[in-house]
Write a new protein. Structure first.
Length: 243
């Protein structure tokens, strides 16, 4: 029920301690926080991408220091982290694709061609859900969009050919991918179209109503039982006198 807004928005910035003695209750403070790691030979430091933000770690003292400037990274995790200049890094995720210069707090949105302006509310993902990037032998940059596949950038007119029909016919779907389609609700997209995205939040809200109404009914029934029990144990209190 928290997979998509509106319930996702309510917990997006919430931190909950792991339940004791579960698998997530680890003594390692970095457990399940490190997302990517990049060594910068120019500065002699590691760039750490974590669930808590971007850090710089010098190889001498190995002390992570959080950058004052933070590029936008989706809660789904970082998918691209490359050095592109002296102090510039290419950072990509479901939030989009950006050039980030931590030395002067500059963040440049490659897709819009403008400096990035942060937003405190709205969709937790960008216009393009970037799954990765790569450069061909000619230095042309491509991004891989989760929904639309490979997209050329930098005025690159080269287009990848469509998947051949004979490959599509013999290519099945794995059980993992089939489970993911049910998990996200996309399995119903051929029937509902774009409205399938409402299936998950509506199901979540319905689940909350079922639990809440069940609790209220249980509470009402419990009170009635308690009153009936009191009237049996104390018959004098249950008598009504008339004048």
């Amino acid at each position: 029920m928290f997979l998509r807004p509106p319930l996702l928005i309510a917990i997006a910035n919430t931190h909950i301690k792991p339940i004791r003695y579960t698998h997530l209750d680890q003594p390692n403070p970095w457990y399940d926080k490190l997302r990517d790691l990049l060594y910068d030979p120019q500065t002699g430091a590691f760039l750490l991408s974590t669930s808590e933000g971007m850090y710089s770690m010098n190889i001498q003292d190995l002390q992570p220091i959080k950058y004052s400037s933070q590029p936008p990274v989706s809660v789904m995790g970082i998918n691209t982290l490359k050095k592109t200049g002296d102090n510039e890094f290419l950072v990509g995720s479901f939030s989009g694709l950006f050039i980030w210069d931590p030395s002067n707090s500059m963040i440049y949105d490659i897709l819009t061609g403008k400096p990035y302006i942060g937003k405190d509310s709205g969709r937790p993902i960008g216009d393009i859900k970037l799954s990765g990037t790569f450069t061909d032998f000619h230095g042309r940059l491509y991004l891989v969009d989760y929904d639309n596949g490979i997209i050329p950038l930098n005025d690159n007119e080269f287009q990848f050919p469509s998947m051949p029909d004979n490959v599509l016919k013999v290519s099945g779907i794995s059980l993992w991918n089939l489970s993911l389609e049910f998990h996200t609700g996309r399995i119903f997209e051929p029937l509902l179209g774009g409205f399938y995205v409402l299936l998950v939040p509506l199901t979540g809200l319905t689940g909350i109503l079922v639990v809440l109404s069940g609790y209220l009914l249980w509470r009402k029934k419990s009170r009635n039982k308690r009153k009936k029990k009191d009237s049996v144990n104390n018959p004098e209190r249950s008598k009504v006198s008339f004048r």
